[in-house]
Design a binder for this molecule. Structure first.
Ligand SMILES: *Cc1c(COP(=O)(O)O)cnc(C)c1O
Length: 192
């Protein structure tokens, strides 16, 4: 199980303190913020693994591929195109998680549940083993358990081992449902 420390909005100093405490896996939701912060870390950035966990615009794919080892918000064919192109340019592809909009909420990123199977299949053909798993953010007010179960079943159906689910408020439930990565911000760094 990987604990991804979500450092968005917190300064490089907070990340340095976490590194000093032994944390290696971090998550950021904005590419520009991540690029600036990871540059500010200097040599300390070397041992870290960074995941982009927020909605990603296609024109930021190149920067995302440069700064991050993992992208967890792959959710549409155009973004898959952009990531593939960026990876070819850089000669290195990030590990990928497909974000599924498990609550089918209009304001949220992620592939719709009805389209998930086809999109996962297409990405698997295109990215092979770089496609590591699925990611979700359940609806805020709902019981997350059925959404975590749904995502776990979907990943199992596709033979994907990675399950990125669980945040400060629900990581215990996510772990009980098989999470392999939890993304925790507030409970580590405090309120934003
Ligand atoms: C901010 C964020 C988190 C962390 O949320 P907390 O409630 O602060 O733990 C996890 N995942 C994503 C995608 C986020 O944007």
């Amino acid at each position: 199980m990987t604990l991804v420390a979500v450092s968005k909005t917190h300064p490089a100093e907070a990340v340095l303190a976490a590194i000093a405490a032994g944390q290696r896996h971090f998550g950021e939701n904005r590419v520009q913020e991540a690029v600036a912060k990871w540059a500010a870390l200097g040599p300390a950035a070397a041992g870290t693994e960074l995941a982009i966990i927020g909605g990603l615009q296609t024109n930021k794919a190149r920067d995302a591929v440069r700064v991050a080892q993992v992208i967890e918000s792959l959710d549409r064919p155009h973004l898959a195109d952009a990531i593939e192109k960026a990876a070819q340019h850089e000669g290195r592809g990030p590990r990928l998680y497909i974000q599924v909009n498990v609550g089918d909420e209009p304001q949220k990123g992620g592939v719709a549940t009805a389209e998930a199977d086809a999109f996962i299949e297409a990405c698997r053909k295109r990215f092979g083993a770089l496609l590591e798993g699925l990611m979700c953010i359940p609806p805020a007010e709902a019981d997350p358990a059925p959404h975590f179960s749904w995502l776990a079943a979907c990943a199992a159906r596709h033979g994907l081992a990675g399950l990125s689910m669980g945040m400060s408020g629900d990581f215990e439930t996510a772990i009980a449902h098989g999470a392999t990565r939890v993304r925790v911000g507030t409970a580590i760094f405090g309120a934003r």
